[in-house]
Design a protein around this ligand. Sequence first.
Ligand SMILES: *Cc1c(COP(=O)(O)O)cnc(C)c1O
Length: 350
Amino acid sequence: MNYNGIIVKYSKYLPIDPRCIVTLNEGNTPLLHAPRLSALIGKGVKVYLKLEGLNPTGSFKDRGMTYAISKAVEAKSQAVVCASTGNTSAAQAAYAARAGLRSYVLIPKGKIALGKLSQALVHGSRVLAIDGNFDEALEIVRKIGEQGLATVVNSINPYRLDGQKSAAFEIAEQLGDAPTYHALPVGNAGNITAYWRGYKQYHSEGMIEKLPKMLGFQASGSAPIVLGRPVKNPETIATAIRIGNPASWQYALQARDESKGLIDKVTDKEILKAYHLVASLDGYFCEPASAASIAGILKLAKNKFFKSGDVIVCTLTGHGLKDPDTAIKGVKPPIFVKPDLKKILKAMKL
Ligand SMILES: *Cc1c(COP(=O)(O)O)cnc(C)c1O
């Protein structure tokens, strides 16, 4: 059967005039078993990775963006705007290009991964680098929206979260039920909110028997939800979750409490370790923010949190190629050798 993206697949939950659908066939991403990581987490535990980096622009943001942009087209909007740590702008730029909408993105100067910046530029968005952080950029974007100058497609746009629920539906279908735990990084907290709503919806309709416990992880240097107060100057290597005052803060607390889960923090060191671990052990390259979910379950596993039979899904929110600078910094550089077989074999230690 042809696959035509999440709006067509989940049309019951994402109502729209079909003529207005703007899609790049996002969604339908693999749920990959990670046997070696599972063994590290605990005996009899199964860890699955939801590979959201395999969406068309390389992150889960495409799920919400297809619906937000389609709805903007339906409402006859001419222009869209967002504040972004990178991936929202990449997704907006691609879908706006496809829809023929004018596209404006505000990014924190110098704090956006190279791959993401190149995406926004290549798709023809007007990119404004501001001398401030994400939270300040979002404040300005809200005002642009209030003045009716452009449709805001940040996750304060409810269509974004509606679209993002589709990832929970897919996991429920891929596993045949909800997992025991669902782990994911938390930045603006839209995704944890969307997953929880998605699982609850499927549960209330009898599509799944159980509900997962939601495990959210923030970076230590930008962990407002864990600290219980906004962080004025958030810092972390995981730029996608470098957010000091999450827009969906209250909903994240609701997801945590209703699911009897938790929201904890992990250090940049733990994030980088997990980032290299998942790439070298199970062959998948994600971006640093995504690895916060892996770092989080590794931290919990140290205290024997999980037990045999538990099924854990970690959302790997974005692709590793988004942030080549971080990748290159953390590994040994290539070895320089002359094109000579003997020398090459020596260097290979063969
Ligand atoms: C946006 C993003 C996040 C954070 O998601 P929120 O919905 O803001 O909590 C995490 N990882 C990546 C790669 C992202 O692009």
